[in-house]
Design a protein around this ligand. Sequence first.
Ligand SMILES: [Zn+2]
Ligand SMILES: [Zn+2]
Length: 173
Amino acid sequence: MSAGSGPRTFFHCHPEGEDPGVLLDPDQQVTEPWGEPEHGPCDKCGGRGATAYECFSCMEAGTDPSCPVCQGRVRFEQTCPTCQGSGEIHRTRRRGIAVFPKREGLYRYLAWKNDAGVEGKVVVELAGELSDDCDLDADHGALLILPRQLVSVEPLDAESVRAISDRTGEEDE
Ligand SMILES: [Zn+2]
Ligand SMILES: [Zn+2]
């Protein structure tokens, strides 16, 4: 599958004060929505069952033909990750840890999700298998993995997130 040296790694945002070792515990490898889980008609796709995807990692770091999210497509249409094509949200608890294949993609996601606190967070680089489940925000290039190895932990650069936020906020208007 993967070419190059070493396993492919992925990037996850984690609270600074919490042991990133918990990410390796299979019992804790689940992702739930921030805030109250919402069930019912899907607002992401308006009930169509498909939605537009944007790979934040390739948009920020450059198109990558080996990207596990988009294979270099960057923007494409696919089954809605939130309702999984049914038009109704039934299941918001997903198996795996939410990650991005590039650090830049994680930063762009945090900038996009402007209620995401970026202070007191670290970026954890992980290696592991892809989950067969999909993240609720897969349409922004998030993946779920079952981490097997902690590769690195570094401070989150809140300044970079703010810079992306300033830039993309203008693009949207
Ligand atoms: Zn991509
Ligand atoms: Zn949907």
